[in-house]
Design a protein around this ligand. Sequence first.
Ligand SMILES: Cc1cc2nc3c(=O)[nH]c(=O)nc-3n(C[C@H](O)[C@H](O)[C@H](O)COP(=O)(O)OP(=O)(O)OC[C@H]3O[C@@H](n4cnc5c(N)ncnc54)[C@H](O)[C@@H]3O)c2cc1C
Length: 628
Amino acid sequence: MNNKDKKLGMDRDITRRDFIHDVSLASLGLALPAGVAAHAATGSPVPAGANYPPVRTGMRGSHPGAFEVAHALAREGKSFPAPTDIDESYDLVVVGGGISGLAAAYYYRKRFGPDARILILENHDEFGGHARRNEFHQGGQMRLSWGGTMNLEYPLFSDEVNELLTELGVDIDTLLEGYHFRYGSGPKGKHAMFFDAETYGRDELVQDFSFRAGRETDLDASIDRFPISKESRESLKKFYARRENVFAGKSEDEVRNLLRSISYTDFLKKYGGLTDEAADLFMRVTHGYAGVGADSLSAAECIGASVPITHLLGSPHLSGSGATDAGGDVAMFPDGNASVARLLVRALIPAVAPDADASNLALARFDYSRLDEAGATVRLRLNSTVINVANHNGGTRITYVNDGRVLRVKARHSVLACWHAVIPHLCPDLPDEQKEAQKYQVKRPLLVTNVLLRDSKAIDKLDLSGAYCPGRLHGAVWVVKGVDTMGYRHEWDDPGSVPVMFWGSIAPPDSTVPIKEQHRASRALLLAMTFDDFEREVRTVLAGMLGPAGFDVQDDILAITVNRWPHGYAYGYLDLWDPAWPEGMAPHEIARQPYGNITIANADAGADAYTQVAIDEARRAVGELDAR
Ligand SMILES: Cc1cc2nc3c(=O)[nH]c(=O)nc-3n(C[C@H](O)[C@H](O)[C@H](O)COP(=O)(O)OP(=O)(O)OC[C@H]3O[C@@H](n4cnc5c(N)ncnc54)[C@H](O)[C@@H]3O)c2cc1C
């Protein structure tokens, strides 16, 4: 190990991770012998056995072991041995245990009755898909963070999504009462810009400055601290200070077309007067929002991302949300929409958490050993990658790989709630046009890395609640506190251990090539990165950002969970890259057509990366199944 890595504490983490893990298991009662009854504060039974995925640290998200079978099938065209038929027959088999697959099972029971026998097959060791719970334990306290999906974007919900969430016991008003997280802008601590030494020559933390909102006072003094050229700093000062309409005199249509045909970074240069260097600072601000850089999104799309632009379009505010980082109208669970997945699983398979409900769900311990019980009406089988789904004898046959075994089950119906890009490989007999449409939907890579810090001292001393890091892998860093609902509380004043969330996507090596090539190249980069690469990255940022305030990078990092999502956001159409299709002719509309007794769900089917879309598409897919 070189000196630089030693200074970063790269030799320290394994012990730390094991320690955390042991504490986690012990505090969960998972170290108890199987079958020992124990009760948590919520009254939920502690699972017997040590299989509790939410506490796993290290490389998570698309974790090793989850994707190899699918890659062998789809990338290498591997053929598998003939399947062994197992003696299981279902009314419905669902491929994919994300929100859409779980919702499909839920809707199926509503449509076909509670006795319907359902099997959900999921290739990860965890259910929920992108809605992933990260759970840490330290000093007798549980700390939660979001491993993927964070927001309930409730203003966008259909009536049916509202109805489903109400049935699950979710009350948006209650969630809003406990929601004090502001995406790095308080309520305690402020937003900052962090310039790192590797990219900018020196570490510089510019406190109380948000790229979205600029700063009310001392704007120029803040920008003077940016380690970029004087010319670029001056262009930024002017940019933030301006209030005008650069399209004055043009019609609404003309303005819309102009904003839809220029990238945000080009807009910043052409109309905002920024130098190339200054405009480059904004490149990663859209990574978390859309999974692509600001040079790949139109200026119109960036209005929705609340980046500074509206002050040049006639508004007194810099950004669409009134120049705040509040994150818009959203509600949140302490583990994000993993709670929606948990509520669905709890509704489908009550034995996993008999005493859990929406009031105590954040603390509830799910017993994973009950997910796949012989005799249960609904079974959820993890670590099972589906490799073929076929219509057969008036029903369907589903082949999957579990622990190296190739197995086949029968079902009257199948819902494919997996990613569209894999469906042509599962159902090679689909019409060519439909397979082409499915291949169009290349998901966008996303990255969420949670780091548990020993305490909040350095963060509090610097008065931080988040930072934008224009030069780093993860563009955004947020202090994770302040979602106090469902039995969970982590007060902003608590000086103890705290998760810090690193959020973003992965910049493509070449952002001039077609967008889907960019996604594939980013995905390859993401998959090639080792845990050490991620660890070095977050240690470098934390040392540079918090080190001057007393943070000890060697000792103060207790655990790291990398949630890599090489197949992240569903492919939504972008102004600069996709044509406008006639009604009914968009790829996702062709891709999701029913095929005999097989129908197709997933957020891909709605071409929009939202939880509510995954649910709406599940409802449609179940509704399309033939009831005869
Ligand atoms: C990092 C991140 C953050 C997000 N944040 C938000 C947010 O804040 N708010 C919001 O509304 N939405 C958000 N989204 C989008 C949202 O998470 C998704 O739209 C939604 O959860 C998708 O659910 P899904 O079931 O359609 O797909 P997925 O969650 O992808 O689930 C599909 C499942 O099928 C499995 N699968 C695939 N192929 C196979 C196979 N052959 N066999 C077995 N299983 C298979 C996959 O592994 C996966 O687990 C976010 C997404 C990401 C990646």
